[in-house]
Design a protein around this ligand. Sequence first.
Ligand SMILES: Cc1cc2nc3c(=O)[nH]c(=O)nc-3n(C[C@H](O)[C@H](O)[C@H](O)COP(=O)(O)OP(=O)(O)OC[C@H]3O[C@@H](n4cnc5c(N)ncnc54)[C@H](O)[C@@H]3O)c2cc1C
Length: 375
Amino acid sequence: MNPYWLEEPSPARPEAKIDGRADVAIVGAGITGCSAALRLAEAGLRVRVHDARGIAEGASGRNGGFALAGGAARYDVARDTYGADRAAAFWRWTHDGLDRLAELAGDALRRTGSYRLAGDEEEREGIRLEYEALREDGFDAEWLDDVPGGAAGRFHGAISHPHDGSIQPARLVRRLAAAATAAGAEFREHDRVEDLDALDSERVLVATDGYGHGLVSELADLIWPTRGQVIASEPLDRVLYDRPHYARQGFDYWQQLPDGRILLGGFRDTSILDELTDVEETTPAIQSSLESFLHELAGEKVAVTHRWAGIFGLTQDMLPLVGEVPGRDGRVWVAGGYSGHGNVLGFACGQLVADAMLGRESPQLELLTPERFER
Ligand SMILES: Cc1cc2nc3c(=O)[nH]c(=O)nc-3n(C[C@H](O)[C@H](O)[C@H](O)COP(=O)(O)OP(=O)(O)OC[C@H]3O[C@@H](n4cnc5c(N)ncnc54)[C@H](O)[C@@H]3O)c2cc1C
């Protein structure tokens, strides 16, 4: 079955073509590639985007639709791992990224807020530490012992993040692609790149996140393809979940869509090693776990209308890789490896890598540089 998001018809997009050699060839027309293409084209560069499939048909059109600020790790853990100042600056930068995304998204983003839920007492202690760290550093977050709606009485506490939102990710990315086209970027869909050296461009940006495994050999051990699976139900006639909810360290995530469907993903830990793959297929074990949980969330048996899988890129330290690929003489650049958290990060990192290619400095580049794995 098709991802629910991609069933929405793609609006007609006027063609843009650049003649001859591009300044930048981008591989991947997901949120990262489209965000970077827009930034670079607006700066006057000649940009050509290549995708093996259509726009947004990778993870960017197959995800949970959560638009969360912050990184993939818990904030208190991020402070311990990356350093307090760097973690705070990184979190702030993602909040700003979400605000910039909202300016372009139109009705593809709803600013609903989100709930991070504790599945048990141990997780409650963990997210309580996160909540306290967020408040200490001035981030907007609220502690709830229980949440309203369909999750009431089922969890062990929650952080409410009022800044977050819910996106129709395919609509959003197609909108970014349309804006990039209007700025002069050329899109070549259904055009698989086998060899970066064969691209007629000064520089190349690899924006393939979990899909491009092997395209850049140096990245093969740094970004691990990981599968996520999702289901969507038939529309329900009542609102049980008014915003994105996630629990068990993000292993389970769900939201109710404007048409009443529950979209639910996760349960990767049901067979975690099997999910370290770039085979984009659903599996019976995870699908049946998702389905049982869906019935619990709905409070009754509801029909599943959509099932799909998508691939994202996981990194060792849960931070993306953004910048020049070392040892490639400044020709090959990368932005990817969002560890399942790439809607806002993909947009922000697309802009960040574009800015870096334009010679604009940012403190985030030092944190996210691929060189960190060489040290
Ligand atoms: C099931 C699932 C649920 C998720 N839920 C969320 C969520 O709720 N919130 C969140 O923030 N993040 C979520 N993520 C992560 C998020 O979707 C990704 O991090 C993000 O979409 C990555 O965007 P991207 O543009 O970097 O890559 P993608 O959107 O994956 O695009 C990469 C593109 O590269 C193309 N490509 C690959 N190789 C080649 C090649 N050789 N030649 C040409 N083209 C190529 C692919 O066709 C693809 O279109 C989820 C991911 C999955 C899989």
